[in-house]
Design a protein around this ligand. Structure first.
Ligand code: ASP
Length: 302
């Protein structure tokens, strides 16, 4: 059976003139490292859940992306993190939101899915649960970077919530050798967001969804519109109830997003292992890998 992993590291106002060739190389190398982490698990016969967690963790640990280390600051000068994971075989899902201390929020989401009767845990409760599960907790400073702090200060001066700085949410979708699908997504949200704001990333069906009947989706962009259009589930529902292909459904959902002034993109995989990576903005850090192809790209038209 064919197996594939696809990843993204955020979509948005990503233009070639803002990146040096060295910057591009650094991003591409990290995307490849993330793809390899998931691919190696799939190749060894591991399941899609473990693969998407491994890929997301590489990007959470990198300061290049708005997830884990390098997450953006909320208006309380803290990095507040959200993550969600979903198993397409069982429709089991788990998420954490507004957490400050879980070193790898995607592992928190995984534990919620596997070891709790709940689907989404927030704040202190999520952190206590993660601690009891033996996950590593770190001081919030662990996630801080100068670049994000400077962006936060600028946003505060302008009294704005900066969507542009949100670029860098990370996600992965995969199909394993058994044909099972999974999706995982992790974010710091938006610069200067009101603390306690919940992202699409942590909400099943908004920024993250997987169902073996249809597809696995991980989204990135202006999350509030992803919540309002129930973006990731909308793609799946069109495939299930209107016989759309992943590509057709994705285009329609991106159009619905644009109609309410939302922008961003998604990566998706259908039950045959077809990959779709589409966005309605200027760029998306993205890539996929299977036994015959290995692709990474950043800008439109790449
Ligand atoms: N969707 C994320 C959020 O709204 C941000 C992003 O994808 O960059 O929190």
């Amino acid at each position: 059976m064919k197996f594939t992993i696809a990843i993204h590291g955020g979509a948005g106002n990503i233009n070639p003139q803002n990146y040096t060739p060295e910057d591009i190389k650094v991003y591409e190398e990290k995307l490849k490292e993330s793809l390899n982490a998931g691919f190696n698990i799939l190749q060894g016969g591991g399941n899609a859940i473990d693969a998407v967690v491994a890929s997301v963790k590489v990007m959470e640990d990198s300061p290049l992306f708005n997830a884990g280390v390098g997450g953006v600051f909320a208006n309380n000068a803290m990095v507040e993190l959200d993550a969600c994971i979903m198993d397409g075989k069982t429709l089991n899902a788990g998420g954490v939101t507004s957490v400050h201390k879980i070193k790898n929020p995607i592992e928190g989401a995984l534990r919620v899915m596997e070891d709790s009767p709940h689907t989404l845990l927030s704040g202190n409760g999520a952190e206590l649960f993660a601690y009891k599960q033996g996950l590593e907790l770190v001081p919030n400073k662990h996630f801080h970077t100068k670049k994000r702090y400077d962006q936060f200060k600028k946003a505060q001066e302008k009294k704005k919530i900066m969507v542009d700085h949100s670029m860098g949410t990370v996600g992965a979708v995969a199909m394993d050798k058994q044909g099972n699908l999974a999706a995982a997504t992790s974010t710091g949200g938006m610069t200067n967001k009101f603390y306690g704001r919940v992202s699409d990333t942590s909400i099943v069906g908004a920024g993250n969804y997987a169902n073996n009947k249809t597809c696995a989706i991980s989204g990135t962009g202006t999350g509030d519109q992803f919540i309002k259009t129930v973006f990731a589930y909308d793609i799946s529902a069109q495939m299930e109830f209107a016989s759309k292909t992943l590509e057709e459904a994705g285009k329609i959902s991106l159009q619905k997003l644009a109609e309410i002034k939302g922008h961003g993109g998604f990566i998706g995989i259908d039950r045959k292992g077809n990959i779709q990576m589409d966005f309605n903005c200027s760029g998306m850090f993205r890539g996929f890998k299977n036994e015959s192809e290995n692709f990474v790209a950043i800008f439109k038209g790449d």
